[in-house]
Design a protein around this ligand. Structure first.
Ligand code: SAH
Length: 244
């Protein structure tokens, strides 16, 4: 197991380099001092997407501020393999579940797609950003999934022309995901809302050159289960699961 593995880990927006001092945000200050009861001299890990993960030490604690000294690098930056999850927003707790679990499974972009049967189009993107950051901190990854601005299905198809889109179609007649997913990168996985896709949407999707229709088996899965199953399959073929 990696050294320092048990030290708490925070994602920071700031640039990170050895020998620099940083003042933490109010949220981090509260978390470290009030929740975790940390004090000057305690060590922690901090990371961002471009500078990697760094050991650091709390230097000053006052009622109004907490500063840390960045000491030495623990891990060089490393992005996860490029995979986007396009999903129709669900009920609040199911969106939270998708954000957390997809982040654990190494998704690099979460793209909300408003389809015709999407019942909960009002996604709280800011809240989801907090959820993905927390999950990324927990899961030891060195990058944070990006969050796309919600798009309609047509807008998404235009924006993602350069990607192979694996469209999970519960309607049957598609190739087994296990075989189809061997195809090209960069890739995206598209999962519908609980009400599924309309026939017109399925036709549009099936007619698009970069869309590969996949089946996730004979059972109808809930949208969150379908998303995580497809991500798992993609990861096992194209992802970094060989790296240990
Ligand atoms: N209400 C729909 C099911 C929607 S399930 C119905 O009864 O037919 C929500 C989404 O999960 C679907 O739009 C699809 O993208 C995905 N999904 C669920 N089960 C699937 C399966 N067996 N194969 C492929 N995709 C599936």
């Amino acid at each position: 197991m990696r050294e320092n593995y048990t030290l708490i880990r925070l994602y920071l927006e700031a640039n990170l380099s050895g020998g620099t001092k940083l003042e933490l945000s109010k949220g981090h200050r509260h978390y470290l001092t009030n929740v975790l009861r940390k004090s000057a001299g305690d060590t922690l890990r901090v990371f961002n997407c471009k500078d990697g993960e760094w050991l650091s030490q709390i230097s000053d604690v006052t009622k109004k501020s907490v500063s840390i000294n960045i000491t030495n690098i623990l891990r060089e930056p490393k992005p996860c393999p490029d995979i986007t999850l396009c999903f129709a927003p669900l009920r609040k707790h199911r969106n939270a579940f998708i954000a957390e679990k997809a982040t654990e499974l190494g998704v690099t972009m979460l793209q909300p797609v408003i389809t015709q049967r999407t019942q909960f189009p009002k996604l709280n993107v800011d809240k989801m950003r907090v959820q993905v950051i927390e999950a990324a901190e927990q899961t030891e990854r060195l990058d944070i999934p990006k969050l796309g601005v919600p798009m309609t299905l047509d807008e998404m198809l235009r924006a993602y022309e350069g990607r192979t889109i694996f469209f999970a179609d519960e309607g049957g007649g598609a190739r087994a995901a296990m075989d189809a997913i061997q195809n090209a990168q960069p890739a995206a996985i598209l999962i519908g809302p609980e009400g599924g896709f309309t026939d017109a949407e399925r036709e549009t999707l099936r007619a698009s050159d970069n869309v590969v229709t996949i089946s996730l088996g004979p059972r109808i899965l809930r949208a969150d289960t379908a998303a995580l199953s497809a991500l798992t399959l993609w990861q096992s073929v194209h992802g970094d699961w060989h790296d240990g």
